[in-house]
Design a binder for this molecule. Sequence first.
Ligand code: CA
Length: 396
Amino acid sequence: MLPLLMASYCLNLLLGAVGAQLMHGYAKRVKYKIVGFKQGLTLRKGQEVIETYGIRIKRSLPLANACLCEVDEGDASIKSLAMDPTIDFIEDDLQGEVQVVPFLTMDVKKTNQEIPWGVQKIGAPHVWKDIRGEGVRVGIIDTGVDINHPDLKDNVKEVGGVLDCKNIIDDNGHGSHVAGTIAALDNDIGVVGVAPRVDLYPVKAFDKSGRGNISNVIDALGWCIEKKVQVVNMSFGFTKNSMALERAIKEAYRQNIVLVAAAGNSGGDDSVMYPAKYPEVIAVAASNSANKAAWFSSGGPEVDVIAPGASIPSTYKDGGYKSMSGTSMASPHVTAACALILAKSSMSPAKVKEVLTASAIDIGLPKNKQGAGLVNVSRAAATIKNARKNIENCQL
Ligand code: CA
């Protein structure tokens, strides 16, 4: 019943907006701009400045010390605002999308539980006797999650939604797939995730078509911080830089959150997308079962590691299962690996990245395709064990 209600609620909102515009006789085109304030200027003062220029504020974006504004097309006041000494930048609220290759999505039938090849490839089952991720909080900024999926629901602790219509239902399927790779339940059905006991905090920031804006991602990061998540998966990409997103990422990193993102599906050697391109984010390329780089995987000097991302079976919306391909599928393997590392020993995001890259296996691909190499959970766990031994020896 809830999905139906949400759908009609969103439709009503939409019809209401169209109706209001028709009543005015014409539909003015509105553009959304993110206005970032200079350092030291409080959000409240910044809002006052915007209002003196007669520009409408849609909402504030505290994580980026910025505001999302509505500007009518042709309105020159935004140009005057840009000259104001308190304003650092004004940029478009860019649109990005989830990093899956749609035509490679296939149906899979599931009866007995299978350990997906990617989960096996990164050595996760070897550590399950010791660590399964208990108590680690993992955020997923995506298209939502199927909260009733029998292979996910016990691990989903709380869901959020930051789209205008506040929809939290996974009407796309991508978010449920990503969630399954991280933490599908270890039972007798379907699949099992890399870290089958972590606590999942999925937040819907991408719509039915898999698209979302910078402002949605910033709000979703804010929600993740509020929920005290320790790792965030970002299986999406933007082709252009956003100063607002960069600020929000830096702030999340400063608050000790491990940030993991899909490198992108553009192929090539210098094509890593944002947010993966930022130094605070672990950029994940995609490999196939033969340890080659997937043909679609973006490359570049920013790639940190490579992980399975071709023909990955996992959970899907409406209680289903699908095989999907993309760096979207590689990123959650790494997110879950980070969660297992954190379950073993609490450490800073920089230290997690160090353990992850130091324990990765060189599979002989160019550096801009594989980064440090293929992620390996059992080697990462062993690294931590050795580090602890050294500390104990020093203490003796
Ligand atoms: Ca299962």
